[in-house]
Design a protein around this ligand. Structure first.
Ligand code: NDP
Length: 479
């Protein structure tokens, strides 16, 4: 099956006729080809976007909103087709694609379709100076959206929906590892009546297609989600061109578990926050710190629960853990497990590549729990982005706070306690963009989303996203 670039409302082969193999992670087989779009394809996408901009930016908010909500409805109506495509392309369990990925992609369009009708700008009455200021919020023009493979359509639309709602035209690139649902989205946009050229989707390698987007002199803003290294590379290129940048990067998120928490709730959620989507979520809690008095109990119960998780083919509804996204990624995760062993980490369960019968070449890995005795070890400092977590005990609040913050990342943290004062103390001091208390990954799309330190700059979500995708212009009138 061949995927094509979506430019000006139509599907095209890449000009260079260069194609990349698309692998099915569950079987390890090549099942399609995708374009490796070149600078020339990106230029065509840009021209289409630029031509569509004058009209789209002047389209009424009601009309933009109506079209985005229509896209949302069509995604809902095609849930099964999209979920199957996502699961096949990424290796994630179909149950997850059906209950999380595609519904959330649909919600992204519905949410920003509604949010734009409520978005307001400010006015400042300059009392005593006989003047009034008002601020316009105008779309930027043509913007670039680049997203990763872990939550393909979910994160792709998390950028595209606010960009379009705010009146921009978009050149977007999904990860070359998971292009399928982005390609299907093109058809849905046409069916929903999104004018040609407003959204253009180009496929290809980061180093080719992604690079052409970030280097384009007239693409004025880049919204990127992906690895920290790639984010730094993008920032280097974009900064001298004064592009607006939003970077959502990696995480090494701590769970701080205190003895006074609701134990059953904590245990169940911690299994999920460790292994959901094969641990390939930037928000996964990959460093688990447990108060000493309950450490042994937690260790035994946690391992017992992890051993119950079923690694299986993504299309089976009983599967908890599907395949990792690619063979190179599986190798990278295995490498981290080896490093942990060399650094005296104790493998409490898992640790090996595993085979699912009938799919011997698939990229499956046992969910892995490693006991460590220091937060300085490699697996507590570097992002693994797979089904691997570390556990270690702590004695005091100060000690665990220090360990939680002693890492280059600062995306999210989860605190498990029923002590209100401690909750507030820790929430104030944790160096992360997001803190969850007695929960994990509970999302309200109005809230600011993103990290600090090496986890990125800027925030997505709610009006933060609409602010990013607009330029404020102040008008001062003396009367
Ligand atoms: P990468 O950084 O490798 O890639 C992300 C995207 O950038 C892909 O579309 C990739 O293309 C593209 N890209 C790569 N090189 C360039 C370049 N030179 N110029 C422009 N674009 C480029 O990340 P992964 O896809 O491996 O995703 C995993 C990472 O994403 C993890 O570190 C994870 O933490 C992070 N992430 C962060 C989230 C957050 O919100 N903070 C959420 C989800 C993931 P291609 O794949 O085709 O090479």
């Amino acid at each position: 099956m061949k995927i094509q670039n979506f430019i000006n409302g139509q599907f095209y082969d890449p000009i260079s006729n260069e194609w990349i193999d698309n692998y099915c992670p569950a079987s390890g087989e090549v099942y399609g080809k995708i374009p490796n779009a070149s600078k020339a394809d990106v230029e065509n996408a840009y021209i289409a976007a630029q031509s569509a901009f004058p009209s789209w930016s002047q389209t009424t908010l009601e009309e933009r909103s109506r079209i985005l909500i229509k896209i949302s409805e069509l995604l809902e109506a095609n849930l099964q087709q999209f979920a199957e495509a996502e699961s096949k392309d990424n290796g994630k369990p179909i149950s997850l694609a059906k209950s999380v990925d595609i519904p959330r992609a649909s919600s992204n369009f519905r949410f920003f379709g509604n949010a734009i009708t409520q978005f307001a700008s400010e006015s400042h009455d300059s009392i005593g100076q006989q003047a009034i200021n008002y601020t316009l919020r105008r779309p930027i023009g043509v913007v670039g959206c680049i997203s990763p493979w872990n939550l393909p359509l979910y994160l792709f639309t998390w950028k595209i929906a606010p960009a379009l709602a705010a009146g921009n035209c978009v050149v977007a690139k999904p990860s070359e590892v998971t292009p399928m649902t982005a390609c299907l989205l093109g058809n849905i946009c046409n069916e929903a009546g999104l004018p040609a050229g407003v959204l253009n989707i180009v496929h290809g390698l980061g180093s080719t297609t992604g690079q052409a987007i970030i280097e384009h002199p007239d693409i004025k803003a880049i919204s990127f989600t992906g690895g920290t290294k790639t984010g730094a590379h993008i920032a280097k290129i974009a900064a001298p061109m004064f592009k607006k940048l939003s970077l959502e990067l990696g995480g090494k998120n701590p769970n701080l578990i205190f003895a006074d928490c609701d134990y059953k709730d904590m245990l169940k959620t911690t299994v999920r926050s460790s292994f959901a989507n094969q641990g390939q979520i930037c928000l996964c809690g990959s460093r688990i710190f447990v108060e000493s008095s309950i450490y042994d109990t937690f260790k035994a119960d946690f391992i017992a629960q992890v051993k119950q998780l079923k690694v299986g083919h993504p299309s089976e509804t009983s599967t908890d853990i599907g395949a990792l996204v690619s063979e190179p990624h599986l190798d990278k995760v295995l490498q981290y497990i080896n490093t942990a062993k060399q650094e005296h980490g104790k493998i409490l369960c898992g640790g090996h590549r595993t085979i699912v019968k009938g799919y011997e070449n698939g990229y499956y890995l046992e969910p892995t729990v490693i006991e460590v005795d220091t937060n300085d070890c490699t697996i507590n400092q570097e992002e693994i982005f797979g089904p691997v977590v570390s556990i270690m005990p702590f004695n005091t609040e100060d000690e665990v706070l220090q360990m939680a913050n002693m890492v280059k990342y600062g995306l999210s943290a989860s605190i498990w306690t029923n002590d209100l004062k401690r909750t507030i103390r820790l929430s104030n001091q944790l160096q992360t963009g997001i803190v969850w208390v007695n929960t994990w990954m509970m999302r309200d799309l109005r809230t600011p989303f993103g990290g600090i330190k090496a986890s990125g700059i800027g925030r997505e979500g709610g009006f933060e996203a609409l602010r990013f995708f607009t330029e404020p212009k102040n008008v001062c009138i003396k009367y």
